[in-house]
Ligand binder design. Structure first.
Ligand SMILES: Cc1cc2nc3c(=O)[nH]c(=O)nc-3n(C[C@H](O)[C@H](O)[C@H](O)COP(=O)(O)OP(=O)(O)OC[C@H]3O[C@@H](n4cnc5c(N)ncnc54)[C@H](O)[C@@H]3O)c2cc1C
Length: 311
């Protein structure tokens, strides 16, 4: 229950303009600023440098240009242009071609048809340069729309895309069957948003149990699944299950977030597993950052310590 309360508290704080202004002032100023632990920087150049570092450690990466819940078509168009610019920059830099994005960043709340157009522009440009694009999953208010749009673009021939499912939601097993029937790639996460009990498990033990159950189905029935978690118990169980069934470590990948459990990221790489790091960057880092604090309130102590050290 603490988990749900903490997510709720930090999600509420993430709407605070005052906190956002304060965080923007101190969070990224200087190489040791507190937000840099979880966010690669504010510019494309920062992001490319972070990916180079990650690749030099033998890890895979996916780049996320941060932004969500835009409320105007102009903002959605700007985000789309930024993604197109990012594709060109990554192409020039010769780093790994893998992106993650959110549909509310492309205008889902404003005009669904334009959101689909924006997504298709990105997928088309990405396809031409050999990118894979993961559509992140947002709160349960967007699950159906995200999956419908995903299915639409998939059926239009955009096969360089995959989607995310969250084990916290009661509906996810059915969604798994729907996405799997398309033959599309799934990233499985526990879910980062505060959700009501009408749609989601409220106990961490239930979310974890659902996660484990779904990973087993993904590993045996899915298409190159991504197991995205830092939970060591789950990770051990996945490794054991894959070994028992003789599932090759090339048939799936693990994924973790930038700055979180780097020790585990390296240990998995050393053991011969594929490990992808999710690298977020951009000026709109505040909501993402607050979700990371909500997952682990001990991170607040880390932020406070950094602030006092700087002061
Ligand atoms: C690659 C990737 C992509 C994701 N994409 C999405 C998405 O599209 N939609 C979505 O809803 N969610 C997404 N998430 C977030 C996910 O839903 C969880 O909120 C997040 O991964 C924390 O849960 P956990 O699975 O690590 O397990 P937990 O049980 O929450 O944590 C297990 C352990 O991991 C460590 N840990 C977890 N979070 C943190 C943190 N913030 N700081 C420090 N240590 C931590 C701690 O050691 C903790 O004990 C993504 C996560 C990853 C790794």
């Amino acid at each position: 229950m603490l988990d749900v309360a903490s997510k709720a508290f930090f999600q509420t704080l993430s709407y605070s303009q005052t906190l956002k202004t304060l965080a923007s002032r101190y969070g990224m100023s200087g190489p040791r600023a507190f937000a840099r632990r979880f966010i690669a920087g504010e510019t494309v150049e920062d992001a490319i440098e972070a990916v180079r570092q990650i690749q030099s450690h033998g890890l895979l990466s996916t780049l996320d240009y941060l932004g969500e819940s835009v409320s105007s078509l102009a903002e959605a168009e700007t985000a789309t242009r930024e993604y197109l610019r990012l594709i060109e920059a990554v192409d020039r830099a010769g780093i790994e071609r893998n992106l993650s994005l959110k549909l509310t960043q492309l205008g889902l709340d404003v005009d669904r048809a334009i959101c689909v157009d924006n997504l298709r522009k990105i997928l088309t440009a990405a396809e031409q340069c050999g990118f894979f694009v993961r559509i992140d999953m947002e709160s349960s208010a967007y699950t159906s729309a995200t999956l419908d749009i995903f299915e639409t673009v998939w059926k239009l021939g955009h096969r360089n895309a995959g989607v995310v499912l969250q084990s916290c939601l009661h509906r996810t097993e059915q969604d798994f069957e729907r996405v799997n029937a398309l033959g599309a790639r799934i990233r499985l996460v526990k879910g980062a948003y505060r959700e009501p009990k009408s749609v989601a498990y409220q106990l961490k033990s239930d979310v974890d149990a659902a996660y484990l159950k779904l990973t087993r189905r993904l590993l045996t029935e899915g298409v190159y699944p991504a197991i995205a978690t830092h939970d060591e118990d789950v990770l051990d169980a996945v490794k054991r299950f894959a070994a028992e069934r003789a599932i090759s470590p090339d048939a799936y990948e693990f994924q973790m977030l930038y700055g979180i459990r780097r020790d585990l990221q390296h240990a998995f790489r050393d053991a011969g597993y594929r490990m992808r790091v999710y690298v977020p960057f951009g000026r709109e880092w505040f909501p993402y950052f607050m979700r990371r604090l909500g997952e682990r309130p001990a991170n607040v102590a880390f932020v406070l310590r950094s602030l006092f050290k700087e002061g």
